[in-house]
Design a protein around this ligand. Sequence first.
Ligand code: NAD
Length: 544
Amino acid sequence: MHNAYFHYDQPKNEPVLGYAPKSAERIALQKALAEMKSSTRDIPMYINGKEVRSGDKQEIRPPHETGHLLGHYHAGTAEHVKQAINAALAARESWAAMPWEHRAGIFLKAAELLATKYRFRMNAATMLGQSKNAFQAEIDSACELIDFLRFNVHFLSKIYNEQPISTPAFHNRMEYRPLEGFVLAVTPFNFTAIGGNLPTAPAMCGNVVVWKPANTQIYSASVFMEILIEAGLPAGVINLVYPPGPVIGDVCFEHPDFAGVHFTGSTGVFQTMWKNIGTNIAKYKSYPRIVGETGGKDFVMVHPSADVDAVAANLARGAFEYQGQKCSAASRAYLPSNIADAIKTKLVAELKTMKMGPVDDFTNFINAVIDQKAFNSITKYIDGVKNSNGKASILHGGNYDKSKGWFIEPTVIEAHATDYVTLCEEIFGPVLTIYTYEADKWMDILDTVDHTSGYALTGAIFAQDREAIEYMTRKLVNAAGNFYINDKPTGAVVGQQPFGGARASGTNDKAGSLLNLYRWLSARTIKETYVPVTDYRYPFHQAD
Ligand code: NAD
């Protein structure tokens, strides 16, 4: 019975728990970590609501403790992707027809389960599988994912409320249909919350989804899938599969019912996807929605009037939290000559206090990078400094060790040329490059900040001079989709700083906002006329 409008008021952001020694949450999290480590999980794919085991078992090990086995996941093939698409399409009609309050109820229940019953299991899975410390896991796999679910329900209810104007003679209305086909969600390793949001945002809008997470995030992704099932998600609405990346593309982008892709990951992969979609465009029933948030080379521009302590503290957090493996991580900083030495001294002193090691020791600030491939790629940049012919030097760190896990020290590179490679390319690890410019030429360096990389994801400026703040905000208008004044460029909160970048950093559809949800909807306008005309002639046709 549909005879009422239901409200979903603006939620509050999920409070971040502190995990101080002896706190209830710390004890609960330590218990969950011990439990998860004491058994090995056998992780299936989920197709049409059923657990699917291919038998092709791949090991999952903590990046910080590669000698320990957490479990296996069952790798998928093209056949599993086809089954997932068929299951999604079969579920489509009844899911799209399900009244909004019931769809919303599933995702709000999932948020509540995550906030209560499963909070510590989810955080423990993220800590072990992706090598995040307790705080980094809490802000990601608990708070941000809960916020995505609750805020998206609120935003979608606002969209459904938006209606055109009518007159006494006819009624106009808009229906916000889901897309006609299936949506592919392809998600990265670095945020459990992104893994959860990319399939659920389109599903909430009534779409059916094939979800492929990064292999290195399957351990926590599967916990979220269990929560969605417990929350009542019908079979086939979200199908979780683990084929190699190129296989998912080959099958989905050839399919006539492919309706859109919700991607977060590297720029190169997204560009390959876009090309494939373009090549196949004539095969599709509709023009697919292409939404991708991709790489970054995020800057910190320090003005001569900046506060030295604020710059040092925010560089330490912004560049090195989660080992710099955030798309938003500060990876290049431009320091003015008048305070550069003071900032460097303070920053190095701070970095010396950062402990590195496994996640179960809560005193560690730095954990491991995600896998061997990342370790090799990041350390190559560090080794390159030694062969740079004086173009760069290591100010701090530079050591690495893979005997127990993929550990790389927080490393600060000092570049002596603005085009040095580590100032230009995304490294995606605990590496910050700094460049010192002549303080009285601060306006000139802004062009370098703007054009050194093709990315435009996040950026920060530090200054106390208000005119300088206004000038830099204006000059750097296209340099970042998320722009910070006197703050680090990381740590966007759902509902507070809608997140995404432009240029090579993505389509800037701002995950966790109204803008993103519009991409998963296809509006139908209906005009109903109460008393239709019965004569085609207009009054002007009559003779004088
Ligand atoms: P990635 O591009 O290696 O992988 C992302 C996903 O794409 C994974 O699921 C992977 O298996 C899949 N994939 C790989 N090759 C594929 C192919 N040919 N076809 C289809 N799918 C394929 O990225 P990653 O290492 O998981 O994540 C790090 C990257 O993500 C960084 O570049 C980072 O900047 C970016 N990122 C961006 C944002 C943002 O909001 N802009 C957020 C997080 C991460």
